[in-house]
Each structure stands twice: as C-alpha cells, then as structure tokens.
Design a protein around this ligand. Structure first.
Ligand SMILES: [Zn+2]
Ligand SMILES: [Zn+2]
Length: 313
C-alpha cells in the first residue's frame, strides 16, 4: 500500500470528506493530527428519535435505531496497521477511545458503548486505512448480558469476581498464558471459540473501560501492540476483530464484571454447523497456540516485541 492515497477519506488533506470532527489528537490545531474521531458517514444508528419500545403485536416489538456510530482514524499513515505502530501512536488511539467513551456516557439515553476494530477483508472492514469504531446504544448487548449473568451468579456464590479468579487460576496453571506484565495478563482462553483467540485482561479490577486509569493506557498500548505484532508475524498479517468488552454505563462499579479486550483472528469461516448449532469447531488447541506465541515472541531479534518477550522469558 502507498503511504498516502488521494482517494482515501482518512488520509491527511482529505479531512473535508469526513463529517465534522469530534476529537483530534494532539488537540492543538497547529500540529499535524495523529488521531481523529469523526461520525460514521453511513451510521448504523442516529440520535434522532424516541428510545421507547413500541408493541406492534403480541410477539412483535420494535424501537427506533437511536444511538451513536463513530470512527476513530488511528493514524495519518495510509499503510501502517496497528501491529506496526509505535506504542505512542497506539496509546493515542486508546486515549481517543476513552475520551469518546467518557463524553458519550454523559448522555443518559446511551447505556452501552461498544468499541471495536475490524482489520482485513475477512473481518468485515471496507477501508484499508487503519481505523476502529464506536457504537453507543440505549440497550445492552445480549452477549454482554449472558456473560454478566454467569459472572453475577459466580459472585453471588463465592463473593469474588469470576475474572479475578480466572486470572489467578490461569497464572497457576500457566498453560494458556502467553505473557504477564505488571498490569495485564495475555492468555488464550480455555475452550476458545476460534483459533488464536487472545484476551488481554487487566490484573486490577475495573468493570468498565471508562473507569480504567488513563495513566495506565500506556501499559495497555504496549501489550496490545506487541500482541498484534506477534499475531502479524505468526499468522502473516491475519484478518481479525477486537472488541473492548466493558460493563454498561450504569454498572461501572459492578464488583462481578471485569472489562477485557478480546482479539478474534479470522482464520476460519463461520459456516452452517456453527449457525445451526451455536457450537464452534476450533481446529487448534489454545494450549498449543499460546505456546507457539510464547516461542515466537522469544525468537524475535533485538528489542522487537519486548512486552511479550520479557514477560515470557
Ligand atoms: Zn488513507
Ligand atoms: Zn475482577
């Protein structure tokens, strides 16, 4: 890919092609931007309308698509994927995520904020210039509700956070741990849904990404960039999705839920069996892929991928 593409709406010089800017880093207009946040040109949701549910019949309910859909342009360079960015650049992206999260949670209509990234055609992205997205909705996702139900049951039973206990147990067993830093654990979860599924979990307990201390985003940037770099090298720049799995804005102090970042490489296709059964065929064991990743990180020359290398050696 070229470093700059004149037809790309995310490249510098084409700022007028995106709707009015919501955030720019650095904020100073005289400096060239490193990260921009803009409304999505083709939003899935908009803030006009009523969030009330309407009954259309005994079994049919609907509500207007009220919400916010934003795009985070992660770099001015057309051809730099996140796996090859500097830590400072990734940290700026994470700061932008958090600033937008905090701004949007002020709107009491918005209960749930999903921040995610699609990379590569198989992930569903339509633009190659590195970017991520944020969607804020008046309802919590079913997927989050299911996870919260399990975590809440566990908390009611034993009085501890399921994810805090998961970290302790996985560190003891060490089979699925890829790396451990002072602030984070990187692991391939037991019974992963897809091959090379990778979770970055903060060791400290915060239910919400919005509550995570901004001062620690630098540490998250380091382990995230190094994880993506290692996947890039192990799997030859794979397509992937990542999502920041956080609580609703109303449950940010929840003792039972624990935010984390989930990376799903798109190496296999979801097909009839998965659709028909809700069961996922994973062709590689997480214990094996975790080991492969640890070995790969240690084989990088010089100071490449230091977070994983130092943490695994
Ligand atoms: Zn571009
Ligand atoms: Zn916890």
């Amino acid at each position: 890919l070229p470093e700059w593409d004149e037809s790309c709406p995310f490249c510098p010089g084409n700022e007028a092609q995106t709707p009015n800017e919501l955030l720019r880093l650095p904020a100073l207009e005289t400096l060239p931007w490193q990260v921009r946040v803009v409304p999505n040109r083709f939003p899935a949701l908009s803030l006009d309308g009523d969030i009330m549910m309407k009954e259309e019949g005994r079994l049919l309910r609907k509500r207007p698509g009220v919400g916010v859909h934003e795009v985070i342009i992660e770099t001015p360079s057309h051809n730099i994927p996140m796996a090859l960015m500097t830590y400072e650049q990734v940290e700026s992206v994470l700061i932008a995520y958090q600033e937008r999260y905090k701004a949007l949670r002020e709107d009491r209509r918005l209960k749930f904020i999903t921040i995610f990234k699609n990379h590569g055609w198989a992930s569903g992205t339509s633009l190659v210039h590195s970017h991520s997205q944020l969607v804020a909705t008046p309802v919590a996702a079913t997927y989050y509700r299911q996870k919260l139900d399990v975590a809440m049951d566990y908390y009611d039973d034993v009085g501890r956070c399921l994810y805090c206990d998961l970290i302790t147990e996985e560190l003891e067993r060490a089979e699925r741990i890829v790396a451990e830093t002072e602030e984070f654990v990187l692991l391939h979860p037991y019974a992963s849904r897809v091959p090379w599924e990778s979770w970055i979990i903060p060791k400290g307990h915060w239910a919400s990404f919005g509550q995570f201390p901004t001062a620690l985003l630098h540490h998250l940037a380091m382990i995230l960039r190094d994880t993506l770099f290692c996947l890039y090298k192990c799997l030859d720049n794979p397509a992937f999705n990542y999502t920041i799995e956080t609580s609703t804005t109303e449950l940010e102090e929840d003792p039972s839920y624990h935010w984390h970042l989930r990376i799903l490489p798109r190496l296999t296709t979801i097909a009839g069996f998965e659709i028909g059964s809700g069961m996922y065929i994973n062709i590689q064991m997480p214990e094996d892929t975790a080991e492969l990743m640890r070995k790969k990180a240690c084989s990088f020359p010089g100071d490449q991928c230091p977070t994983l290398k130092r943490a695994t050696s």
